[in-house]
Design a binder for this molecule. Structure first.
Ligand code: GDP
Ligand code: MG
Length: 435
């Protein structure tokens, strides 16, 4: 996935604005990346169509390349499509009633425990109701969890009527002044009419404040169909996406949201009672794209890059006056942002020029040392730096004359490249593809 997006980005590199031409192939790649992350094909198409419209014509922020900018746009779009903000459950009412529905094994019972634990920590009185009457172990499972987190569990082991148990649990909750009742229900391995009817009846009987649909993120495309079927019957209020501690990309979150238009409210990332997370659309967008690094790079670049200084350096470049002072200033900006190798490409002028030059974090220190050993006059006027000055600089910076020569050579190449760029731009000629 990362490779695909990188490829998509490469096709975009270099232009100052996102255009129809350079966006087309990128959009295609993004669509593929989304389907790879288990986003439903139709959903992926809808989304990329929207993204294309919004991206075209956007101006590229200085210090960020168009491809990276587009990734940011895609990320922001996905975040928006998943609801933007985290949404919490409605716990108003006395008691508030939360109904938990979903297929068997999706994580309903585990989630019920986690939610109860979470609410209890907020200082509220919680009651868990065991309405899975089909598996003998189900009641015991909930009771064990209840003991573990110190929450009372309402159960009627001999009663085979889930609706009746739910009603009795609600009555019990009222009588014992509980603030919240969480009703854990039964599920089947696949959707079947009897199960649907039962959970629908439970819902009618107890009129929950909040109905949550629990779905296993590992089930990929199936998750969307299951969500749709449940929503048609239950008109649920929110979704809980479980087992995100595995390697599911989380595309299900996007598809479900898009298809049933209900918010994902929680994500579950483990079997421990503490592993309950509020669903944050922006984090999920990063996960779906698998582009967390690039995104934070773009954000860091936007934050750390001093726009005024960048404008000043651009002017120097335009006037063919780029010198070691400017170079040093650029290096400092890069250092502020973090890993140099990842970041080189983001610097206007510098990015293209040093693309093929091997600069790693380690080769960074001698460069700084060498520039520091130059006099201000030398930095501003690199042509002054002749053989004897180079020897002096090498000794002063604790480097070899070879290293100084190398830097001078690289610097000269950069300047040449910048000059060519200027000429090309002035003459409105087509830029060489590498830029
Ligand atoms: P239910 O049939 O819907 O009630 O599902 P359970 O709550 O019994 O969960 C089924 C299995 O999935 C159990 O082994 C749980 O421990 C496990 N499980 C539930 N949620 C998660 C999760 O977020 N991550 C992982 N790794 N396992 C989970
Ligand atoms: Mg269960």
């Amino acid at each position: 996935l990362q490779d695909k997006l990188n490829k998509a980005i490469r096709t975009l590199k270099g232009s100052g604005r996102i255009t129809d031409v350079n966006v087309a192939s990128t959009v295609k790649e993004i669509r593929r990346a989304l389907t790879d992350a288990d986003v439903n094909f139709k959903v992926a198409k809808d989304i990329t169509d929207q993204i294309r419209e919004e991206a075209i014509g956007q101006k590229i922020v200085i210090a960020v390349e168009p491809g990276q900018m587009l990734v940011k746009i895609v990320h922001d779009k996905l975040t928006e499509l998943m609801g933007g903000q985290a949404e919490s459950v409605n716990l108003k009412g006395s008691p508030a009633v939360v109904l938990i529905a979903g297929l068997q094994g999706s994580g309903k019972t585990t989630f019920s425990g986690k939610l109860a634990h979470n609410i209890k920590k907020q200082g509220r009185q919680v009651l868990l109701a065991a309405c899975d009457i089909y598996r003998p172990a189900a009641i015991a499972q909930l009771q064990t969890l209840g003991q573990q987190i110190g929450v009372e569990v309402y159960a009627e082991p001999d009663n085979k009527d889930a609706v009746q148990i739910a009603k009795n649990a609600l009555k019990y909750a009222k009588e014992n002044s509980k603030n919240v009742l969480i009703v854990d229900t039964a599920g089947r391995l696949a959707i079947d009419e009897a199960m649907m009817q039962e959970v629908e009846n439970v819902k009618k009987a107890i009129e929950p404040t909040e109905t949550l649909f629990v779905v296993d993120s590992m089930t990929g495309q199936d998750a969307v169909n299951t969500a749709k079927t449940f929503n048609d019957r239950l008109n649920f209020d929110g979704v809980v996406l479980t087992k995100l501690d595995g390697d599911a990309r989380g595309g299900a979150a996007l598809s479900i949201r898009h298809v049933v238009e209900k918010p994902i409210k929680y994500m579950s990332t483990g079997e421990k009672m503490e592993d309950l997370d509020i669903f944050y659309p922006d984090r999920m967008a990063s996960r779906i794209l698998g582009m967390g690094d690039v995104l934070s790079l773009v954000e860091r670049a936007q934050q750390a890059f001093d726009e005024e200084e960048a404008a000043r350096i651009n002017k120097q470049i335009r006037q063919n006056q780029f010198n070691f002072e400017d170079f040093y200033s650029q290096l400092q900006q890069i250092k502020k942002m973090g890993n140099i190798k990842d970041l080189m490409g983001m610097i206007p002028g510098l990015g293209g020029a040093v693309k093929d030059v091997d600069i790693s974090n380690d080769s960074f220190k001698p460069i700084e040392a060498i520039i520091s050993s130059m006099t201000l006059k030398e930095r501003k006027n690199p042509d002054l730096i002749d053989g004897s000055r180079r020897r002096r600089i090498a000794t002063g910076s604790g480097t070899s004359i070879q290293q100084v020569n190398n830097l001078m050579k690289q610097f000269e190449e950069m300047r040449k490249m910048m000059k060519t760029m200027n000429k090309v731009q002035d003459g409105k000629m087509k830029l060489p593809p590498m830029m």
